[in-house]
Design a protein. Structure first.
Length: 247
């Protein structure tokens, strides 16, 4: 079974109905978990107003404005996002990646071509991104086709970042099964040495992807649950159609 194949749900061993069920060791922690879960709050802060009537005609300037707002509001790691992809059979997956840029070409991120997400994107070049910035109760969703940037873009992307980023890219093998943590330590030590000696070392699997959106949605949370959802859909390239959605 490949690392990508979902494990079928296992059938729990059947217990004869005459036997009393064993005392549940998890009863206490579970109650504590539920108590903790229910004590959490959302939109428990001063939220900014968002008037969609004055939103720009295109999503990119609004994304930039909201990103700057998130940074100013002290949102931690606003440049991280969920990246959703699907495999050849349409089964979805999601993980966190860093945003490397957003411009007229699209939203840029980078990863290994041989990773699970890289294989997904090779067989189904379409993805969705999700940002959640709780400091301001804001969510942004971006979806569209994904293309691979030329290799020199991936090289420049790494050169502009840290030695650690290069070392990590040199280790490669992302999403393969790791036999032992020691194996990773050895590979990482070697990669750090090489990254320091050879800042231009080739990293063939490191790839910059560009998602060119055909839909971008801006969500502004509201304490009274009258959330504002403004969606931009591509009408006729490069024109966008703006619509509000029921929350
Ligand atoms: C905050 C954060 C940022 C991350 N940034 C990246 C990234 O930019 N590129 C990347 O390949 N993985 C990144 N990862 C790791 C991914 O979440 C994921 O574990 C890895 O890419 C393997 O995913 P895959 O098996 O679905 O391909 C990041 C993880 C976290 C928690």
């Amino acid at each position: 079974m490949s690392a990508d194949t979902p494990t079928p749900p296992s059938t729990p061993p059947s217990t004869p109905s005459s036997e009393p069920s064993p005392p549940s060791e998890s009863a206490e922690p579970r109650t504590e978990f539920v108590r903790l879960l229910r004590s959490q709050r959302v939109w428990d802060t001063e939220l900014p107003d968002f008037d969609p009537a004055v939103a720009p005609a295109e999503p990119l300037p609004l994304f930039e404005r909201w990103f700057a707002g998130a940074v100013a509001a002290g949102q931690t790691e606003p440049h991280t996002m969920s990246l959703a992809t699907a495999d050849a059979d349409g089964l979805p997956d999601v993980r966190t990646v860093m945003l490397h840029g957003a411009d007229e070409e699209g939203w840029h991120f980078a990863s290994h071509a041989g990773s699970r997400k890289g294989r997904h994107l090779a067989s189904r070049p379409y993805a969705a991104l999700g940002f959640y910035w709780p400091a301001q109760g804001r969510q942004i969703r971006v979806r569209g086709p994904v293309t691979v940037a030329p290799p020199e873009v991936a090289r420049a992307d790494l050169r502009a970042r840290s030695t650690g980023a290069l070392a990590s890219a040199l280790v490669g093998r992302q999403s393969e099964v790791l036999d032992s943590y020691e194996e990773l330590e050895r590979a990482s030590d070697a990669a750090w040495d090489r990254a320091r000696r050879e800042p231009d070392a080739p990293t063939p699997s490191w790839t910059v992807y560009v998602l060119d959106p055909d839909e971008v949605e801006f969500f502004q949370g509201d304490a009274r649950r009258r959330h504002v959802r403004l969606t931009y859909r591509r009408a006729n390239h490069p024109t966008w159609r703006r619509e509000l959605l029921w929350p």
